[in-house]
Design a binder for this molecule. Sequence first.
Ligand code: UDP
Length: 324
Amino acid sequence: MNILVTGGAGYIGSVTVEQLIEQDYRVVVIDSMERGHKKAVHPDATLVEGNIGSKKTVADILRNYDIDAVMHFAADSLVGESMENPAKYFHNNVTCGLTLMHTAAEHGVKRFILSSTAATYGEPNEIPIPETHPNAPTNPYGESKLMLEKILKWFYQSYGMQYTALRYFNACGASKRFGEDHDPETHLIPLVLDAATGKRKFISVFGDDYPTPDGTCIRDYIHVIDLAKAHILALNTDGSGIFNLGNGQGFSVKEVIAAVELVTGKKIAVKIAPRRAGDPARLVASSEKAQKELGWKPLYPSLEDMVGTAWKWKCANPEGYKDK
Ligand code: UDP
C-alpha cells in the first residue's frame, strides 16, 4: 500500500512514517520544510519538498506514486500564533488542506487520515471528554482543524473518500531515532527537559491557582509512538469517524516536573508565572471509542516512559536535528 504523508518531516509525522516503514508500507512524504527537518525524514521514504496547497504538486505525487491513502499532518499548530495571525491559520490549514483533500478525492484516494486536535472542544464541560462533547474551539487553530473535519465529512458523503480524524491530546516522547525539535519550543515537556540540561535556567509554571489538586493545569499526555500506531490502525479500519487519542489519565504541570526530576536526576528550578490565556484547568480524553473501534491501546501510558524517551532523544540530540 502506498501512503502519502504530509508533514512527514515534522514531529508526529516523522514517527508515523517510521512506524509505516517498519510495517512495510511504501511512503512518500511531502513537506514544505518551513518547520520540518530533512533529517527527520526516514531514509526509506521518498521526500518531495513542496506545498500541499499546490494542486499540481499533489496531483503529480498521487499519480506518480499510485497513492492509496493520505495521512495529513502538515499544519500550523501554535495556539498563540493563531490568535495573532488567524489568516495564516485559515490559509495554511484550511485553504491548503482543502486543495489537498479535493485533489485526493479527485484521484480516487480511498482513505484520508487527518491529524486533528483536542482544541476542537474548547473549554470542556465534561471530563473525560468524549467525542460527542460539543465543539467550541477557543482559538483559530482549533477552529481550522474543526473546519477540515467538517469538509471531510461532506467529502465522504459526496465523493466516498473514507476519513478518520484523530483528535490528539498532548503528544510527547520520542522514538529512538525521531523526536521533538520545534522552533520556537512552547511545549511543557521539552521545555522542562531544557531546564534539566541547563539550556534554560528555570521553567515557568503558568498558574498554580487552578481548581486542581496541586493548583496546576492537568493535561492528557500521550506517547508519539502510540499516536503513530493509531494512524495505522485507522488506515486498516473501514468506515469514517472521529476519535480522541489520549491515555485517559491526566498529569499536572507539577507532576510532569517531578517526573523529569526523577528521570534525569536533576533538580528543576521553578518559577510560578501568571496563567496563560485560554488554558483550561483540565483536559483529559476519553479514548474508549478508539480502543473499541480501532483496537487501539496506548503502549506507553506511564509519564516516566513518556518523559524517559524524550530525555533519551534529547541526550542523543542536544541541539535537535541541527539542520536549520
Ligand atoms: N505550561 C507551563 N509552562 C510552560 C509551558 C507550558 O506551565 O513553559 C503548561 C501549560 O499552561 C499547560 C501545560 O503546561 O497547562 C501543557 O502545555 P503545552 O503547551 O505543552 O500543551 P497544550 O496543553 O497547551 O497543548
